[in-house]
Design a protein around this ligand. Structure first.
Ligand code: HEC
Ligand code: HEC
Length: 382
């Protein structure tokens, strides 16, 4: 008998006795052998499992993301505290066309920084010109959204990040192929080593890094913020000040009910879903049932997530179906009280707005174009 095995055998015998003691069960000789076998194999299985598992925990020191005037602190999940390394990895991925089947599209193609992180199209266009079903929303300030997408089907930026890659009308490339393509790039190997402690690319690492970068795409410190929160009463024009009053007045625009302005910050979204009577045909049919897709509750038919209005001057065309081209059209739409349908939100009703009121509202919306952080554009070529 090999002396080395002796203590382990004794250990196993003890382990079986402990099980017998704790569970108060009588263990026959045969069961004792089976139990010993399981106990012997389990550390091996555990070791094998650990080896196959690539850690998705960032290794660097967490950094604080500076928030501009008019925004609250960013909610950040405890298992993905941003580091300088995960943010720069996410930035490179966001601008990398290798994430699409024919290397034609990056996240930034549809969320283009030059267009307020949207694509300027009515409906987004995927690989091979495939037309999607919805308008690409901005990713600006998406860090604050409790739920992602027009219908809220993703609960976090991490969960959202990998879905456009595999979506047939977007990047149309499986996660396996994406990981293989990215793994062939030596720049990523170096970046992964610094960010996560080893060179392997995994879809979980892609998700975490993209989410870290997206949390830095913030817009605040607009003329509105300087007026409202910075004490600069000259930051807005008289027309914009009147527009703000109409926007906030429950008897007039009533816009802040959903596009919220709080005491110390303004996200311009309540993060909730409403049917504002947009995308409803004359026959009362919806072109898209929106939130209902997720909840299957009638009250959610035709309800979409309230979008932020920050940088709204740069993110047209508007609404989930991109059907309204200009801010003037949006304001006229609200004045009309939306298309009637059984699920119309109770806060949507026809509003009396003079021509001047409408101009003032549009002028106010133009004051929400903020300052973007310096490091959210395409990274320098390595
Ligand atoms: C082909 C165009 C296209 C590409 C490429 C694309 N997106 Fe999108 N993105 C969209 C559209 C359209 C939506 C809205 C879809 C919906 O709500 O059903 C969206 C929604 C989002 C949202 C949710 C924002 C919100 O307000 O709810 C985020 C975040 C986002 N995309 C990030 C990304 C990332 C990260 C990538 C790259 C991995 C990416 N997108 C690639 C078109 C695109
Ligand atoms: C009941 C909640 C609610 C109220 C009140 C409301 N909105 Fe909206 N707003 C939404 C929702 C939800 C959407 C997206 C609807 C869709 O796409 O079908 C939206 C979309 C928009 C858009 C387009 C944003 C984009 O990125 O496409 C603008 C601009 C806008 N609203 C401005 C206003 C103004 C101005 C007012 C006041 C006159 C107002 N909203 C009142 C909920 C509301």
């Amino acid at each position: 008998m090999n002396a080395f095995l002796e203590p382990r055998k004794a250990g196993l015998k003890n382990a079986v006795s402990i099980i017998r003691l704790f569970f108060g069960i009588r263990i026959t000789k045969q069961w004792g052998i089976v139990l010993k076998a399981i106990l012997m194999i389990s550390p091996l299985a555990l070791w094998g499992g650990c080896k196959a598992h690539v850690s998705e925990k960032p290794i660097g020191a967490p950094v604080e993301i500076k928030v501009p005037l008019g925004l609250p602190p960013i909610p950040i999940p405890a298992d993905n505290l941003p580091t300088a390394e995960t943010i720069s990895l996410g930035r490179r991925l966001f601008y990398d066309k290798k994430l699409s089947k024919d290397n034609s599209l990056a996240c930034a193609t549809c969320h283009n920084p030059k267009r307020g992180f949207t694509d300027g199209l009515e409906l987004s266009r995927g690989v091979g010109g495939m037309i999607g079903i919805r308008n690409a929303p901005t990713v600006v300030n998406a860090a604050y959204l409790p739920l992602q997408f027009w219908d809220g089907r993703a609960i976090s930026l991490e969960e959202q990040a990998a879905s456009p890659i595999a979506d047939p009308v977007e990047m149309n490339q499986t996660h396996e192929v994406s990981v293989t393509k990215l793994s062939a790039d030596p720049v990523y190997k170096t970046m992964l080593l610094k960010a996560f402690g080893s060179e392997e690319m995994t879809i979980g690492r892609v998700e975490k890094a993209l989410a870290c970068f997206e949390r830095t795409i913030l817009s605040g410190n607009s003329a509105f913020d300087r007026y409202q929160f910075g004490g600069d009463k000259k930051a807005l024009t008289p027309s914009q000040i009147r527009g703000l009053a109409i926007f906030s007045d429950p008897q007039k625009g009533n816009c802040t009910t959903c596009h919220t302005i709080d005491a110390k910050y303004a996200l311009f979204t309540d993060g909730k879903f409403h049917n504002i009577g947009e995308g409803v045909g004359d026959d009362g049919d919806f072109n898209d049932v929106g939130r209902y897709h997720e909840t299957k509750m009638n009250a959610d038919k035709g309800a979409f997530k309230t979008p932020t209005l920050r940088n709204i001057a740069n993110t047209g065309p508007y609404m989930h179906d991109g059907s309204l081209k200009t801010l003037k059209e949006v304001v006229d739409f609200y004045a009309g009280g939306g298309n009637s349908n059984p699920y119309l939100d109770k806060n949507i009703r026809a509003i009396k707005l003079s021509g001047q009121d409408r101009t003032d509202l549009v002028q106010f919306l133009m004051s929400l174009t903020g300052e973007m952080p310096p490091n959210v554009g395409p990274p320098k070529q390595e």
